[in-house]
Structure formats: structure tokens, C-alpha cells
Design a protein around this ligand. Sequence first.
Ligand code: ADP
Ligand code: MG
Length: 580
Amino acid sequence: MSKIQLLPKAVANQIAAGEVIQRPASIVKELIENSIDANAKNIKLIVKDAGKESITVIDDGMGMDKEDIKKCFLRHSTSKLKVAEDLYKIKTMGFRGEALSSISSVAELRIKSKTKTCKIGNEIIIKNSKVLNEKKSDIQCGTILNIKNLFFNVPARRNFLKSNKVELRHIFDEFIKSALSNHNVNFILVNEEAEVFKLKESNLKRRIISIFNKNYEKKIIECKDKFESIRIKGYIGKPENSKKTRGEQFIFVNNRFIKNNYINHAIIKSYEGLIEEKKYPFYILFLDIDTSKVDINIHPTKTEIKFDDDKLIYSLVNSTIKKTIDKYNISQSINFNVDVNFLKEVVKNYDNKNNEARDIDRNISKKRKDWDEIFENIKSENKANFIFEEEDKTKNNIKPVQFLDKFIFKQLGEKLLVFNHKNCQQRIIYEKFKKNINKYTNTQQSLFPQYIELNKSDFEILKTIMDDIKSIGFDINYFGKNSVVINGIPAGINDINEIDLIEGFIEETKKNNNDLVSERRNQILKYFASKVKIINNKVLSESEMNLIIDKLFACENPKFTPEGKQNYIELGIEKVENLF
Ligand code: ADP
Ligand code: MG
């Protein structure tokens, strides 16, 4: 006798619901998405007992007529997808026709709705996927969806819910994501009768400020670029405003919030060396990609995505953020009125980077106009500064002062900067050698070659990094069994102990175990920069101090050491006054 039976509809729905509806916040997400798809201009969310008691979403969208209200909660019922090909050009948030059917199998659902063309609206109450009641309703055009008794028939799930505080946090998160990606819609969130958010339609920047707080105006930078394969826009946090928590990071692809470690990595990588370890930058990025080049139909919650060419997307996101940060760093440096020569060098570096990005986007040949414009601005600002400096020489002649062995104080423009000169030297050395890496021309021959004998296992490790060590400028060669000889060291470096360095390189390699050549070289270079100096004196002369400061500001990234420690702090007049 056959043992296989088709599951009853209600059971099948309940199983499916487990994937879409995990907690009250999942309902909030689905309902707001439906309102957005219905072209609502006003969306109001009301929650009680963190959504456990009730969730209501009121919208002024296109509404549903009597027939649609009766269909909308059936499984796989959707107005958004008609034929299979539509799957590859999805523009709406929903398309799987699963949300309302899933909700109706685990909660009590009351829908009131009216379209523009209907004279009167309709109301329906559904429980356990069955209609309990049906009647006319005198509501205005739009939809009111009310959900009560969530998981009344799945006690295990109900018990599994977290505290109200946690569930509410999830609800706020979903609400915020929708409000960010639909800044041209008015949103209201009411929790236990109190209005938590009231967001007027506005541009993205205003929306960010009204959600997070008004200080964000100063903390974020606009980020925008356009390539043939992708359009990137949004706001990223200034590196110095990074936080210890990573809550404020949002990626949207075609206006849909997604989770994607790969893109996240591309963004974080652009901040490398600019923020301290274990701190996270703010970002809200919108990527617009041809709908046929992404697949969002991977999971019912639609927060995962697959890109056709993820390497290309990675590079373009990474280079766009990098440029945005560079642009910001340059404008920061200009504020200091430092020796203007360094700007020329920065502009040169910048040019090279711009070329790199152009290579990456192999499809584009046309010049990026806005980018060139920025450049023109920087150049003209540079000129203006130059004239100013000529007229007012005294300003730049303010002498630096050394404090103890560690610090240099120097007034630059309106600010007093305190440099940690050991840190500064690290950054300078790191960038200098990074630029010349692989050129093998950076060697000064030693009068007395150094011989190093290693144990067998260290020697094996050294063999894997010989080229990396040479690439910095060491003249190092094999010399008999388990031994090497160092005939030359990188030029321009003081105070070097070759044996300690080589042993250090080996230890670093053991620790990091990196197969990627570029990553491994970078690691070795960072270690090198942290161990050597360009100026070795404890007491620095005035010209040595100025040299360090000028060279630091000629770096692409003057603020931090390669390991993310601060090179200098700024004391503005306000900060100093506040000390009294
Ligand atoms: P999907 O959004 O994937 O189509 P849902 O189960 O979320 O599936 O919704 C089913 C259908 O109900 C939608 O396709 C839409 O036609 C209708 N609907 C749901 N919510 C609303 C709303 N707020 N306004 C108008 N129509 C709605
Ligand atoms: Mg939907």
C-alpha cells in the first residue's frame, strides 16, 4: 500500500512560512515591501508588544479589489510575475507570492483595501489560511494589513522569539532599511502608541540624517560613480568616524537590501590603513545592476544575491570607495595649508589611481567628466593656496617643536598638530617602498655582508619569501646549506639589524600564512616599516622635523600607520579652549 500522501495545504503553508516568517520583523519587511510595490507615498507601521501582539501597515498605494483580496493570501498568488522570463527582469520587491500566504498560515490576518476605481472597499479576516469573515469597508484608497497572534499555532516558534527589546530592534532595522531605500516615501513608525520615526520624503542625505541623527551631516561623504556594468551611489562614513560596532552598514542592489560578504569586503578593503583595527565604517551603498546580471531568487527572504561577474563588481566598488576617500583626504590636507608641493605628488598619485580604475572597467572608454571636474577644483585650490603662501611666508615658517623623544608639535593653518614621529616614519617608509616594490633598484650595498644560518624549517619558510624580501630592496642570496648572505639593504634606511629583520619576516610569515603574493608582500612591508627608521636621532633638528611632516603629508594616507595607529592628532582652538 502506498505510504506517500500529499501534505494538507495548511501544513505545507506552515512549513513554507518557516522560511519567510522567522520573527515579527520578517512580517514588517514583507508588508512594507508590498506597500512599496503598490506605489504607496505614505506608509505607517504600528507595532504592539514588539509585534507579538499586533503589526499593522497602512498605505495609500493602489489597493486591491474584492477579487484580489480573496486571492492575495493564496500560495503563489502574485500580481508581479506572469511568465518565467519575468524572473530575470524583476523590478518589484516581491514576486514569489509567498508572503501573505505564509503569514496567513501562522497568524490572524485582517486585510482592508480599496482601489481607485472601486466605490467601496472590502475587508477580509483570515486565520489558518481560511477566510473567517468578509464584508464591505469604507476605507480610503490603499490597504490596511493587520496581523495578530503571530505563531498562535506554532508554539515552538513563539517561544523561540527573543525579548521585546531584541525583536523591536529587528523591526526597527527592517523599517530603517525600507526607509533608506525609499527616501521619496513618507514613513511613520508607531510603537506602543508613541511615534518613534516620522520621516518626510526627502533626498537620501536628509533621510540618513533624520534616521541616524543630525551629526551625520558632518560624518558622511557622498560616493557616486557610473560604469557600463554598474552604477554606484550612496554615502560612506569618514574614516575617523568609524565605530566599534558594525550596525551601520547597508548594501542595496537594485534598491533591495542584501547581505553580501564579498561586497562588504570590497568596501572595508578601501578603508585599509585608514581606520583602527576592529572599527567599522558607516556605509549606505546603492548598486544598480542590469536585472539580467543578478539573481536574487536564491532564498525566500531575498536578501542573498548572485552576480554574473562578481570579480568585476568587487573591483569597481573597491576603486570607487577608494577614490571617494582619497578625494576627502586631499581636501582635508588642503585645509592645513601645508607645503603645497606635496599636493602635486598627491595629484600625481591620484591620476595613476584614476587610470587603474579605468582599466578595471574594461567597457568604458569615455572620460569621467565629474572626476576631471574634481581635479580641476583641486588644482585651482592648490594654486590659490600657493599665492596665499607666497604672500604670507611667516605662516609656514612656524617652527616645529619636539616634545620628549616621541612627539612633534607644529602649528599648521589654524590648528596645532601633534605628531608621533615614530608612527609617521612608519607610514612614510611603507608608502615609499610600496611605490618602488618590485623595482629592485632600491639597494645600498653593505661594506660587510651579513651571513645568517637558520634551522631547516625556518630556512624552508625563508625560501618561500626570498623574492618578497628582494622586492623591498634587500640583496639577499643563498649561501650553502640552510644559510643566506645579505650583501645590500634597502636604500635610505637607518638603524637596521638585518638578522633580526629576516627572522621577523619569517615569524610574520608563520603567523599569517598567506598564499597571495600581494598580501604576503604587504605584510612583510608593514613589518619592515614598523622596524626601521629614516631618521634615527633622538633629538631631531628643525629640518628633520619638517622633513618628516612634509613627507608624511606627501603620503596617500597620512593619518594612520599601515597598522591603523594614528600618526597625528589635531587640536583646534575649540579643543584647546575646552581644556581650560
Ligand atoms: P508578492 O509580493 O511576492 O507578489 P505577497 O504574498 O506579498 O506576494 O502578496 C501577494 C499579492 O497581494 C501581491 O502580488 C499584490 O498583488 C497583493 N498585495 C499585497 N499587499 C498589497 C498592498 N499593500 N497593496 C496592494 N496590493 C497588495
Ligand atoms: Mg510581497
